[in-house]
Structures are given as structure tokens and as C-alpha cells.
Design a protein around this ligand. Structure first.
Ligand SMILES: NC(=O)c1ccc[n+]([C@@H]2O[C@H](COP(=O)([O-])OP(=O)(O)OC[C@H]3O[C@@H](n4cnc5c(N)ncnc54)[C@H](O)[C@@H]3O)[C@@H](O)[C@H]2O)c1
Length: 359
């Protein structure tokens, strides 16, 4: 798959097994940055890498900071090739965010190859070029737009993901399908059990579909000024959930909870019908596995966090909602979300989740 960005056209390659790594590792002037867990799980794949060109990083939000990025920069200054240096990073969204940031600032931009190993990074974050670092208590406050030159997706990596991280990735796949309307929901309904069973053929199909869906938005609006904002469907709530749970609820799962909340508001506003909402809820419920008590904080805290979100541009709250009574659905940017609607959506989700899980 080719993705056009303002700076370059880059390629996403799909690989059946990890053997492709041998060819990628023939690249010269390379610094490798690998998720420590991935390195330990797939040691044999990395045995030929020179120790002095290898950095292992623990994929935690605490490590997604400027200090880690600077340590990589420092290591890369040892490579004589300087601007011809290549950064190859292997891991999930955290490793992607850190190394993408480094690739974009070092020597004003160096070549970068990214190999996602989580479902979330493979079906969503690997394209689009956003790089981010956390700063103090602010999530993703520092960042640039800098896509990799090459991306290699290999579903073999997903086999070792924890259930929590795998389901988080499914959250993003469900998001793209729900956003594409009734046909997307029907397709997911027919395949959700296979997805949960990590059927490689089915996963490949949905990863490719998700990337194609995202591609149409990012190619039109790479820098998040118009159409791309719509990809933030459910994120106003999702981000608040991540923060309130202190990241115990991972990104894709938080977005899945956010979709239930966003759709509850769409229903009350008369933007979508009950059938659509119930169908989306029933598939989302299959992948949301959380301690709902983590979400029981005051509404004021939710509102405060939502107002702090960097995607908010107004004093009133903004959210992306779905609309459309027929087969086709559209995404609309709502800039007048009311606090009482936020309260309603949070209560709705907590009650919905508790009653459904108790059945
Ligand atoms: N840049 C973007 O566009 C973008 C988009 C969405 C999310 N993000 C960011 O991505 C991060 C979340 O990324 P993520 O969900 O991909 O996971 P992650 O990088 O947070 O990793 C989650 C866990 O999975 C482990 N892991 C990774 N690959 C594995 C494998 N193959 N087998 C076993 N364990 C493995 C990691 O070590 C870690 O413990 C967040 O920081 C979020 O802000 C970025």
C-alpha cells in the first residue's frame, strides 16, 4: 500500500512471517530501537544485530519522554554516516511515537523504518505520521508530523500480545468499521469471533481495510486541519478515560468505551437510530474488558480533562459524532457539546457496562 504525504510517498508492506526481518537488517548505517518485551519474546530474530547499534526500551508512557528521545539521538551521533543514518524501530505505538520524534528532529530528519508489533500500531498509528512525547502530566504534548519511509506489517507478532493489548487493537479496528456505517458493522458482526480467536487471515483483512480507511483521510488532510479531525470520533471521551484510569485502560479500549458514549449522545440528539446504536454496542461489548470502577470519578474531573485535551480549540467542548439514519453514516464535528451531555454519556456507559456484564 502506498501512502502519499506532503514530504514523501511511503510504503506499507504486508509480510506473512518474521523471515522478512533478515532482508531489512541488511540496511547500512543503522541504529535499532526495539521494544524490550518484543526483543525478549523474539530473541532469535535479533541475534545477528550488533550490540553497539541496539537499544532496548521499555514501552511505558513514563518512557515516552524527551529524555528517552535524546538518549537515542546521542547514540545515533556515533554513526559516521550522520544524515544518511537510518533508524529502524520495532514495537508498538509507544516505540513508534518516541522513534518517529527522533527521526524527525535528528539532522532535521533521517530515514526511518518502522515495524509495528502491536495490532493497534499495525491497523492505525503506523500511518499518518504523528509522533508524540508526553511532557509532565500532559499526554502527547510534544510532537511532529513525520511518517516512516517504510512500514512492515507482520501478524505473526500479534500472537504474543496480551489479551488486554490485543483487544485494545481491536478497538481501533471496530472504530473504523463503525465509522464506515451499517455495512462495516455487518462485516464485523460476521467476523468478530474469528478476530477474537486471532485468525491471521481475518486479522490481515481488517488491518488492511482499516489502513485503507485511514489513508483516505490522511491523504486529504495530513496536518489535522479538516477531514482528518473526524478520525477523532470517540476520542474526546477516550482520552479522558485513559487519563482517569491512569492508563490502566489502554488507548484502543478507551476509544471503544468512548464510542458507546459518543453514540449515546448521537441517539439523544436524534442523529442516529436505536438499531445502529444497539448493534455497535453489542460488538463493542465483546472487546471491552475493564474495571468500570476506575471510571467512577466526578463529572467535573472528566470535563476538566476534556478541556485540557490539545484537540480542543474552543472554550466549549468539541466532539466528533456519527449521524445518518440510513445505511450511510457521516461524521460531524460538534463544537457545542454540553456538559450535561457529557454527564449523561458517562452515566449511560457505566450503567450499560455494569448491566450487560452482569447478565
Ligand atoms: N502516533 C499515533 O498516531 C498514535 C495513534 C494511536 C496511539 N498512539 C500511542 O500509542 C501508544 C499505545 O501503543 P500500542 O497500543 O501499540 O502499544 P504499546 O506500545 O503501548 O505496547 C503495549 C504493550 O505491548 C507490548 N508489546 C508490543 N508488541 C508486542 C508483541 N508483539 N507481543 C507481546 N507484547 C508486545 C509492549 O512491550 C507493551 O508492554 C500510546 O502511547 C498512544 O498514545 C499513537
Amino acid at each position: 500500500m502506498k501512502i502519499k504525504s506532503n514530504s514523501k510517498v511511503y510504503n506499507v508492506f504486508f509480510k506473512d512471517n518474521v523471515d522478512f526481518l533478515n532482508a531489512v537488517f541488511e540496511t547500512e548505517h543503522v541504529q535499532y530501537v526495539i521494544d524490550k518485551n518484543v526483543f525478549e519474546l523474539y530473541t532469535d530474530c535479533f541475534s545477528m544485530l550488533p550490540q553497539e547499534r541496539l537499544m532496548l526500551i521499555e514501552a511505558t508512557e513514563q518512557n515516552k519522554i524527551i529524555d528517552t528521545a535524546l538518549q537515542i539521538c546521542e547514540k545515533m551521533t556515533e554513526i559516521p554516516a550522520k544524515r544518511n543514518s537510518v533508524l529502524i524501530s520495532i514495537g508498538g505505538g509507544i516505540i513508534q511515537d518516541i522513534t518517529g520524534f527522533v527521526a524527525s528532529i535528528l539532522y532535521r530528519g533521517i530515514q526511518w523504518i518502522f515495524i509495528p508489533t502491536t495490532l493497534l500500531a499495525s491497523c492505525d498509528s503506523c500511518i499518518g505520521g504523528k509522533t508524540s512525547l508526553n511532557y509532565k502530566t500532559y499526554k502527547n504534548l510534544l510532537g511532529t508530523f513525520y511518517p516512516p519511509d517504510e512500514i512492515y506489517i507482520c501478524p505473526q507478532f500479534f500472537k504474543t500480545l496480551s489479551e488486554k493489548d490485543y483487544k485494545s487493537g481491536l478497538g481501533e479496528i471496530l472504530k473504523f468499521n463503525i465509522m464506515s456505517g451499517n455495512s462495516g458493522i455487518t462485516e464485523i458482526e460476521g467476523n468478530i469471533e474469528k478476530l477474537l480467536a486471532r485468525d491471521e487471515v481475518v486479522i490481515n483483512h481488517f488491518v488492511e481495510n482499516s489502513l485503507s480507511f485511514k489513508k483516505s483521510f490522511i491523504e486529504e488532510d495530513e496536518f489535522d486541519q479538516g477531514e482528518r479531525i473526524k478520525l477523532n470520533f470517540a476520542h474526546t471521551f477516550g482520552h479522558a478515560i485513559e487519563v482517569i484510569s491512569q492508563y490502566m485502560i489502554p488507548h484502543g479500549t478507551a476509544v471503544a468505551c468512548g464510542m458507546v458514549m459518543a453514540n449515546s449522545i448521537s441517539l439523544v440528539r436524534g442523529l442516529v437510530n436505536n438499531d445502529f446504536v444497539k448493534k455497535s454496542e453489542s460488538i463493542l461489548l465483546k472487546i471491552i474488558d475493564i474495571n468500570v470502577d476506575l471510571l467512577k470519578v466526578s463529572y467535573e474531573q472528566y470535563i476538566k480533562i476534556m478541556q485540557k485535551d490539545k484537540k480542543q480549540t474552543n472554550s466549549s467542548l468539541t466532539a466528533v459524532l456519527m449521524t445518518g439514519m440510513q445505511e450511510r453514516k457521516e461524521l460531524i464535528i460538534v463544537r457545542n457539546l454540553e456538559e450535561k451531555e457529557v454527564k449523561y454519556a458517562i452515566d449511560y456507559f457505566i450503567n450499560f457496562y455494569k448491566t450487560q456484564k452482569e447478565i
